[in-house]
Write a protein that binds this ligand. Structure first.
Ligand SMILES: Cc1cc2nc3c(=O)[nH]c(=O)nc-3n(C[C@H](O)[C@H](O)[C@H](O)COP(=O)(O)OP(=O)(O)OC[C@H]3O[C@@H](n4cnc5c(N)ncnc54)[C@H](O)[C@@H]3O)c2cc1C
Ligand code: SF4
Ligand code: SF4
Length: 608
């Protein structure tokens, strides 16, 4: 099939691109403002394919300053987007460990002791120290608390109502079509295949869509972006070694909640010092809350689900959450390399936008506004080229899109943020001070620290727990968990003093039950497994098996002969397995032994 522009993914970046583009494709009288090259006499033919089963199915924040969103929708406050509220009170909290189960450095333990000793003069309540001020660079004053799912559904309707763009959810793109280093379009996913991708009943090969321009906005772990990175390589000195997995619950707060819509709480320090947490309040007693587990957290059992439950149970938060109810949940990767993860933004026939193009600001933890802005910049560039009847060559896209991007606020702020998180490579205290330094000095000062791939920094389970659990005990637990085909982290966390989770069937539900609550996880039949263990022999010799421990949906479990099993019915497409593998590929030490390919299904919730 032929189109003028084909787009991969419908996240905030693509929404920004299509919102700007779609407004300028037809004149007031309905005549084409820009004529299609593939259907002469018709307006430009623009197709957008989205992997998830509906628009806005996925998971993300979001509290945003909404600068770019407001530039596109000056009246956004009046649009009555469900779950949106203006940002109100913002608090930054340091959470102490009420159980003594977390791994804290000597420096942090000393700091905790000092805080406890001075509790009568410090703003300490319920084991949480409220920071006296939130630095300006972290403030979202004047911004919005949104449900990204609801916002994306609203934008999707706006874009489609223009009648100039088609958006196809439930349609994963399997690969870019590359001819002599030129991207000439995309191929959709085969249907009617078995788990290995071999033709089965009802086999329908994925269609090829040829287009003069392919716009890639498939997010931080998108397979099309990954393939372009593998084919064209990253610019010199760039890498994508820093990541986090964000896990999020959307909850009904108890009827008597004192929390007002627009409240924004940010936490650090607990359940492990390395984990950041957030709680944003929407209207009607609904809240989005969750934690981020970063790649520099040196634990081989970095499970987001169990840690999220301990975070909710922290005394400061639990007094607000007790009596609440889970509406939906999910997990998603956040690309934390920022500017350093920027790939080749353009090439002949393609352009990259959004988080997969390195747009996320790692200092402010802001990605939506930035992604949206890159989309609008590309749309302006594309319209300029179309009107000048210039082809989408690397040179022309550089002169228009890349030029605009370099001059934008996204770029200026990304430069400030570039080194802001390096301190975390050598510890949390150093990391927090480094972030503060970078933020307060506009990036002039920051602590150094060399980001390394997770497989290089994550110790074995035996090394990590050496002072708390004996090798013999670990071997016994490993055997027991292997026999039950479950991950090891629960048993280990119980062993080192984490209290049992008091499941209440409302807000505190088992990981398995969470797959069925609210936004159910679903996977249509007839598609290949999208998580693939590339070299089984590497899995056989892998002791850490961190892919099993991190899996957000319990979709990866212990398997025969040491090679894990993958159950795509449980996969929430968070992408955490892609960057958490404990073994590098023999021919590319920047990549692990897991391929995260295009796939259907995942979370069915438009609230996240
Ligand atoms: C838990 C969490 C909380 C966050 N909180 C905030 C916050 O409060 N504020 C903020 O500003 N940012 C926040 N972020 C970051 C923000 O969500 C991202 O920066 C932003 O969503 C990036 O937008 P994007 O369009 O580039 O990519 P994405 O949002 O990742 O969208 C990419 C789209 O491409 C689709 N796709 C992927 N592969 C394919 C394929 N093969 N074929 C077709 N479609 C495909 C995906 O399904 C997805 O819809 C948060 C992130 C997480 C994980
Ligand atoms: S995928 Fe990676 S982490 Fe998982 S078992 Fe195989 S080598 Fe180990
Ligand atoms: S298998 Fe699915 S749910 Fe599990 S880590 Fe990978 S992408 Fe996430």
């Amino acid at each position: 099939m032929e189109a003028d522009i084909v787009c991969v993914g419908f996240g905030p970046a693509m929404a920004g691109f299509l919102t700007t583009l779609s407004k300028q494709l037809v004149k007031v009288d309905g005549a084409p403002a820009v004529e299609s090259a593939v259907l002469p006499g018709m307006p430009l033919q623009v197709l957008c394919y989205e992997r998830a089963d509906d628009i806005g199915f996925g998971v993300s924040g979001v509290v945003t300053r909404a600068r770019a969103l407001r530039a596109s929708f000056p009246e956004i406050e009046k649009a009555a987007i469900p779950m949106a509220a203006p940002v109100g009170e913002e608090k930054m909290l340091y959470l102490l460990d009420p159980h003594g189960a977390s791994r804290r450095s000597a420096a942090l333990r000393l700091a905790d002791a000092c805080i406890r000793a001075c509790q009568f003069v410090l703003p300490l309540e319920h084991y949480a120290l409220k920071l006296p001020w939130t630095p300006a660079f972290l403030h979202k004053r004047g911004g919005l608390v949104l449900s990204l799912g609801q916002f994306m559904q609203w934008v999707g309707a706006q874009v489609q109502n223009t009648g100039t763009v088609q958006i196809w959810p439930g349609t994963p793109v399997s690969q870019p079509l590359i001819e002599e280093n030129k991207v000439v379009g995309v191929r959709l996913l085969d249907q009617g295949v078995d788990k290995q991708g071999r033709p089965a009943d009802g086999f329908t090969p994925g269609m090829d869509i040829h287009a003069a321009l392919t716009v890639v906005g498939d997010g931080p772990v998108g397979p099309i972006g990954q393939e372009l990175n593998a084919h064209f390589g990253l610019p010199e000195g760039h890498h994508t070694r820093d990541w986090a997995v964000g896990m999020k619950f959307v909850v009904d707060l108890p009827p008597d909640t004192p929390l007002k819509p627009g409240t924004v709480l940010h936490t650090f320090g607990y359940p492990e010092p390395e984990l950041f947490g957030f709680l944003y309040v929407h209207p009607d007693r609904v809240a989005s809350l969750g934690i981020f587990v970063p790649s520099w957290f040196d634990s081989p059992v970095r499970t987001a689900y169990r840690y999220l439950q301990h975070w909710m149970l922290h005394p400061y938060l639990w007094r607000y959450l007790k009596g609440g109810k889970l509406r939906s949940w999910g997990a998603k990767t956040l690309g934390e390399s920022g500017k350093r993860g920027e790939p080749r933004l353009v090439g002949d026939g393609f352009a990259r936008i959004g988080e997969g193009s390195g747009s996320t600001n790692v200092l402010t933890g802001s990605g939506v506004d930035e992604a949206w802005a890159t989309g609008t910049l590309l749309a302006e560039a594309v319209l300029e080229l179309l009107k000048a009847k210039k082809p989408f060559t690397k040179e022309n896209l550089e002169a228009t899109y890349v030029h605009r991007r370099r001059a934008s606020w996204v770029e200026q702020e990304a430069n400030i943020a570039e080194k802001s998180r390096d301190g975390f490579q050598k510890g949390v205290v150093r990391g927090m001070i480094g972030m503060g330094l970078a933020g307060l000095t506009n990036g002039r000062f920051a602590f150094n620290g060399d980001p390394v791939p997770p497989w290089k920094r994550v110790p074995s389970i035996e090394e990590y727990y050496h002072s708390r659990v004996s090798r013999e005990k670990i071997a016994k637990l490993r055997h027991e968990c292997g026999t039950k085909c479950v991950s090891l982290h629960d048993a280990l966390m119980d062993k080192v003093g984490w209290p049992a989770i008091p499941f209440d069937g409302q807000l505190l539900v088992s990981h398995q039950d969470a797959l069925l609550v609210g936004g159910k996880v679903q996977a249509p039949a007839g598609y290949a497994d999208h998580v693939v263990f590339l070299y089984p022999e590497l899995c056989e010799k892998c002791g850490t098996k961190i892919c099993i421990e991190v899996c957000s949906g319990q979709a990866i479990t212990p398997g025969e002969g040491g090679v894990p099993n993958f159950d795509r019915e449980k996969c929430v497409h968070c992408g955490a397995c892609l960057w958490n593998c404990a073994q590098p590929l023999p021919y590319d030490s920047e990549r692990g032994n897991i391929a995260f390919r295009a796939g259907t299904g995942g979370l069915h919730s438009a609230e996240n």
